[in-house]
Design a protein around this ligand. Structure first.
Ligand SMILES: [Zn+2]
Length: 464
């Protein structure tokens, strides 16, 4: 989370106002409950492991899981929905390992109650992910009550949403980046971690270096020995850790303090050969988070990107208009926008160098809150010199590895949860083809994209 808040907050505020103005959206489940089996036939399979695409493949799903992957004709299970995959491409559901879901009020404690308006904003943001083929998200810092409530509703099937993992509030030094769990003395402050643990976080997010990726003076940090004690404490509870760092020194110290993942790449400088070699050995999953930094100069220089279908379909016209006018001109003079315009290519190259020594290191994260941003992340990863085929791996398998969930999902293999996206063109030839989505399947259920609560569907419902 760099200095993104002012803009993001404004979007949230105007979104909230619009919510009041809109007629209540009819509550209908967007996932079809039956059938419990489906078969995709004749498809070109891109399984998420990075190998050559497999032509004329068949994928069988029974219940929530993939039960068969093979080439050629396979008998369909009784009652299975048959999906003709000829001329099409099947990839695993996309995963974003660094979001801050819209609707939450920042890194607040687990106790602040949430409003119906917040929940609606959150669900709508979640639907933009499904609409864009994103079937799993990790919220790396938010109001605990907000994100955990949505996570529980999602797990109970009470809302249609991508699979949600979340940290809730974040852990940091007093005066550090994030909060509200401030740790200074050990073991006295362990009770504060227990407050965080009470929300059942899937992972802990620790704020270590300064807000703004080098554009602000250094702030208070957790000493290395305290950082290690915090991480070890979460490990005794079976919980992984991620950390906000953006310079090489802090990344290395965090890794040797035992951190499991990095919430950002090194952004403040080109990484050293020593760092590349260290990562070749340690292979610490690293969230890519290029989109957040690049979004400001993009808005200044190329506001027309907001006319692309994924943005048009999922953002309110009034918000698009404001971004293209007021915000675009404001960003032309914004120092953060200028800094990230310089540093985004550095971060891209750092990620490319990591990917060259360990194909499982880089994981897709946007630090944003919408499905369209995940596709921008894919574009920026590729713009930095990583192949489209590897970018797909980064946004599927590697992201599941980041979450410690690769045994459960992230690739198209027998036994995994059936999170699948059917595309009408080959994303390994042109990453933009990942936007050509025909069908999204999560947990073996076809998601009806026309019933998701996104702008394009609300608009067409209003016309009826
Ligand atoms: Zn963040």
């Amino acid at each position: 989370m760099p200095t993104a808040y002012p803009l993001a907050m404004r979007i949230r505020t105007s979104l909230a106002l619009l919510l009041f103005a809109l007629v209540a959206w009819p509550v209908r489940p967007a996932a079809q409950q039956a059938p419990s089996a489906l078969i995709v036939r004749g498809v070109t399979l891109i399984d998420g492991n990075g190998g050559a695409p497999l032509a004329n493949a068949t994928v069988v799903v029974e219940g929530t899981r993939i039960t068969q992957v093979s080439v050629g004709a396979v008998a369909a299970p009784a009652g299975a929905q048959v999906i003709d995959g000829r001329g099409k491409f099947l990839i695993p559901g996309l995963i974003d390992v660094h979001i801050h879901l819209a609707g939450g009020s920042g890194n607040r404690a687990n106790t602040q109650p949430i409003t119906a308006q917040q929940e609606l904003a959150g669900v709508r943001a979640l639907h933009t992910f499904l609409y864009a083929g994103v079937t799993t998200v990790f919220d790396a810092g938010n109001q605990g009550t907000f994100i955990f409530a949505l996570r529980e509703k999602s797990r109970a099937g009470a809302i249609v949403s991508p699979r949600i993992f979340a940290t809730g509030g974040t852990v940091t030094s007093p005066g550090g980046h994030g909060g509200p769990f401030y740790i200074e003395a050990w073991p006295q402050d362990r009770a504060i971690l227990d407050q965080h643990l009470a929300g059942k976080p899937d992972m802990v997010k620790i704020g270590q270096d300064e807000h703004g990726w080098g554009t602000r003076p250094l702030i208070t940090q957790l000493p290395d020995d305290l950082l290690e004690k915090i991480i070890r404490y979460y490990h005794t509870k079976g919980i992984r850790s991620t950390i906000h760092i953006s310079n090489e020194h802090n990344a290395v110290e965090a890794i040797y303090a035992g951190v499991d993942t990095l919430a950002h790449p090194v952004i403040q400088s080109p990484i050293s050969a020593n760092y590349v070699n260290m990562m070749k050995v340690k292979r610490v999953p690293t969230a890519s988070t290029l989109t957040i930094g690049e979004s400001y100069s993009r808005l200044a220089d190329h506001p027309e990107y907001l006319d692309q279908p994924l943005y048009r379909d999922t953002m309110e016209p009034a918000d698009i208009q404001r971004l293209k006018t007021t915000e675009s001109s404001r960003m032309k003079d914004d120092r953060w926008a200028q800094w990230m315009k310089i540093m985004t290519p550095v971060a891209e190259d750092n990620l490319k160098r990591l990917n060259a020594v360990g194909k499982d290191i880089v994981a897709c994260g946007t630090d944003r809150s919408s499905g369209a941003d995940v596709h921008r992340e894919l574009e920026l990863i590729v713009a930095g010199g990583i192949t489209p085929a590897d970018a797909i791996v980064i946004c599927t398998r590697n992201a599941a590895r980041f979450l410690g969930r690769l045994d459960e999902f992230g690739t198209i293999e027998v036994g995994k949860l059936a999170d699948l996206v059917l595309l009408t063109a080959d994303p390994t030839v042109d990453i933009n083809n990942a936007k050509r989505i025909e069908l999204v399947i999560k947990d073996g259920q076809v998601i009806d994209r026309r019933k998701l609560d996104v702008v394009v569907n609300r608009r067409s419902a209003a016309l009826k």
